[in-house]
Design a protein around this ligand. Structure first.
Ligand code: NAI
Length: 471
């Protein structure tokens, strides 16, 4: 980074605050469209939460821990004898760090390629469309005058009352990605994506894992039937679920941590992962300087084109309403800058997939069955179990199913929900089909390679019309 003095105002067409998937992708797209773009990021490494301390490192650990688990528990079934299998946690964590490192450097390379100017520091709105860059000591290090400002500052872990984070025994996903030893007993608070993914990692490495969930079900954003099936599968892997458990306190004590649950006996454990949601990150952004107000949940309100109430200032990603997902932020970033430059830019919120990277994965797009019932939309439903899929059998991955919901009268696909191996990849076909307004008949008549897991999607589409072939 070039050292800059505060009085030297720099001019750019667009300044993006935050280099997470929303911000850095928007910066690249804007540069492709010919804008002179700057991006301010407070962390030394680009990529945001997703890349540094979220999606990417967790996926690296999910892969490694799954390999370890398979080696110990499943290889014998394939006729492979692996003796004296040992865990080298240090090496596993180092590999994860290497993956992150390579990808963050990749973004720095992309910035260079697209001539995006990078400023290191905290971006602070300074009135109009001026932005100050503040260094780690709180001193302004640069002043930028831009035509447009894009806020892409993401989110941070929510910290509910009664939870005392100490950076060691009671922590968030950030700490849970780097614990130096396998906990004996890990208590996970919240059965959303983060809790289930990281709970799975440590379970596979040998921890006893108890998941406490306030609601009477896990994965509240997913289709209930699919979530129930996922719960059954994860419970078989040894995750202990306690539903209807409202945690009121979690703190470090002499020999580990203590977790108090409303109306139940407290739990003692050696580590606690708090994964009860995330909140928009707007600290130190200076929103008051430009008159941008937050809604009741701390989110920046924007119009259909991501414009805030302040002229020339836009916001995308976790900091605005909608699912807190990296790919949603990316889509918004691209649409926002395309609109600024070309006058057009659009995100189809009906086709944003969500994936939980447990083993097997849980993925969904479109409406859940509960949502259709609540909205009184008539539908037909087709399901197909992986147990009846040849490739799943060969892979030894027969758990789970595909479920397709289509409109009763028009047959248009309204939702697709999968729990099963590689569900996160399989869902892409459903997303593309829905993007083109496909009917279940369209999917059912699409030739799928044999033998593949994707045939289960075709079979579920056939099942909507009661004509699945392999069951
Ligand atoms: P979440 O909002 O998905 O789930 C939090 C869970 O905690 C809910 O089920 C809630 O009922 C429960 N809860 C809240 N307070 C509680 C209490 N006091 N006691 C017991 N349970 C309580 O949040 P999560 O998993 O922390 O994820 C945060 C955000 O990040 C979400 O928007 C999620 O979609 C996103 N994310 C997505 C990933 C993916 O797509 N694979 C991975 C990681 C995060």
């Amino acid at each position: 980074m070039v050292a800059m003095r505060a009085h030297e105002a720099k001019r750019h067409d667009l300044v993006v605050i935050g280099a997470g998937p929303g911000g850095y992708v928007a910066a690249i797209r804007a540069a492709q469209l010919g804008l002179d773009v700057a991006c301010i990021e407070k962390e030394p490494r680009l990529g945001g939460t997703c890349l540094r301390i979220g999606c990417i490192p967790s996926k690296a650990l999910l892969e490694s821990s799954e390999l370890f688990y398979e080696t110990v528990h499943a290889l014998a079934g394939h006729g492979i004898v692996a003796k004296d299998v040992q865990l080298d946690l240090k090496a596993m964590l180092a590999r994860k760090d290497g993956v992150v490192d390579a990808l963050t450097k990749g973004i720095a390379g992309l910035f260079k390629k697209h001539k995006v100017t990078r400023y290191e520091g905290l971006g602070r709105l300074a009135g109009g469309t001026q932005v100050e860059v503040v260094d780690a000591q709180g001193q302004p290090s640069a002043r930028i005058e831009a035509q447009h400002v894009l806020i892409a500052t993401g989110s941070t872990s929510a910290a509910p009352k009664g939870i005392e984070f100490d950076g060691d025994r009671v922590g968030t996903s950030t700490e849970a990605l780097s614990w130096p030893t396998v906990p004996q007993h890990l208590v996970v608070i919240g059965a959303g994506a983060i809790g289930l993914e990281l709970g799975s990692v440590w379970r596979r490495l040998g921890a006893q894992v108890t998941v406490l969930e306030y609601l009477d079900r896990i994965l509240p954003a997913n289709d209930a039937e699919i979530a129930k099936e996922a719960q059954k599968i994860l419970a078989k892997q040894g995750l202990e679920f306690r539903l209807g458990a409202k945690v009121t306190l979690a703190r470090k004590n002499q020999d580990g941590a203590l977790v108090e649950i409303e109306g139940q006996e407290p739990l003692r454990c050696d580590r606690v992962l708090v994964s009860v949601g995330r909140k928009p990150h707007t600290d130190g952004l200076g929103l008051d300087k430009v008159g941008i107000a937050l809604d009741a949940r701390g989110r920046i309100t924007v119009d259909a084109h991501f414009a805030t109430s302040a002229k020339g200032i836009y916001a995308i990603g976790d900091v605005i309403p909608g699912p807190m997902l990296a790919h949603k932020a990316e889509e918004e970033g691209v649409a926002c800058v395309e609109r600024i430059v070309t006058g057009y830019g659009h995100v189809n919120y009906d086709t944003i997939p969500n994936v939980v990277y447990t083993h097997p994965e849980v993925a969904g797009v479109g409406k859940t069955e509960e949502e259709l019932v609540a909205a009184g939309i008539p539908y037909r439903k087709g399901s197909f179990p992986f147990l009846a899929n040849g490739r799943a059998k060969a892979l030894g991955a027969t758990e789970g199913k595909v479920k397709i919901l289509a409109h009763k009268d028009t047959d248009r696909i309204l939702g697709v929900h999968i729990v099963g191996a590689r569900a996160g990849d399989l869902i892409a076909e459903a997303v593309a089909a829905m993007e083109f307004g496909a009917s279940s008949e369209d999917l059912a008549r699409t030739c799928h390679a044999h033998p593949t897991l994707a045939e289960a999607v075709k079979e579920a589409a056939l099942a909507v019309d009661g004509r699945a072939l392999h069951i």
